[in-house]
Design a binder for this molecule. Structure first.
Ligand code: ADP
Ligand code: ADP
Length: 216
């Protein structure tokens, strides 16, 4: 199964990706996570990406695509993968299609997580990430007042790009650059929309039901 998750920042892509990928026994490949790991590791890629990420802009396509190509070439991605946060514009989608074609493969499904703007802002404002295991929490919805990860005890932090100004810009970037992917994939007949409101487990259930008909 080769699938892509799309949706605005804060829709719950990272949260759902961990469950869906584990249900399907495929790796979750999150370009945001890979960029953030490079930023904290101080690599050249991280230094380059950071300027764009801090502003809430997309990292240039050639950098992002080279990184994804490497990652998809790894052993664990040969029997399927779940992409979270890539592609993020139509040209990345075209490159992904060509890359898979080169390898004799196709994308099976694009899942769109659908939530309204108010909910997105609420989710982003309260998002916290574990500095040790990377798990995603929400201050209000998970009642995380202690700033500690329930899974591993690590300290939780707020992403720099989840501050109000940057959030606003990221939502504009989504509307301008990423939203056109929806009609792009609808035209290819591989897009399925999933209502991403309500409890996390219910959204996962809806997502799994949407995926089932596309499984070989
Ligand atoms: P969110 O989960 O809030 O949608 P991500 O963690 O996916 O955000 O991405 C964080 C940042 O990393 C983006 O704002 C962008 O700067 C960069 N990034 C992630 N994926 C891509 C991509 N496919 N193309 C360009 N930039 C990306
Ligand atoms: P994305 O990767 O699309 O930017 P995340 O998965 O990081 O989104 O989720 C954004 C925030 O919303 C996180 O704090 C997460 O805990 C919270 N969240 C995710 N799904 C739900 C849900 N179904 N209900 C309430 N909060 C959620």
């Amino acid at each position: 199964m080769r699938l892509v998750l799309v949706g605005p920042p804060g829709a719950g892509k990272g949260t759902q990706a961990q469950y869906i990928a584990s249900n399907l026994s495929i790796p979750k490949i999150s370009t945001g996570d890979i960029f953030r790991a490079n930023v904290s590791g101080g690599t050249e890629l991280g230094k380059l990406a950071k300027t764009y990420m801090d502003r809430g802009d997309l990292v240039p396509d050639e950098v992002t695509i080279a990184m994804v190509r490497d990652r998809l070439g790894e052993d664990d991605a040969q029997d399927g993968f779940l992409l979270d946060g890539f592609p993020r514009n139509v040209s990345q989608a075209e490159v992904l299609r060509d890359m898979l074609k080169e390898w004799g493969l196709v994308l099976n499904l694009v899942l769109e997580l659908v939530v309204d703007d108010d909910e997105v802002v609420r989710r982003l404002a309260g998002r916290r990430t574990c500095s040790q295991c990377g798990r995603i929490w929400h201050v209000e919805f998970d009642d995380k007042r202690d700033d500690k990860c329930d899974a591993c005890g690590g300290a939780l932090f707020q992403r720099d790009d989840d501050k109000e100004d940057t959030v606003r810009h990221r939502l504009e970037v989504y509307q301008q650059q990423t939203a056109p992917l929806i009609s792009h994939y609808a035209a290819e007949d591989i897009l399925v929309g999933v209502d991403a409101t309500g409890p996390v487990e219910e959204v996962t259930q809806r997502a799994m039901e949407a995926i089932r008909p596309f499984m070989g």
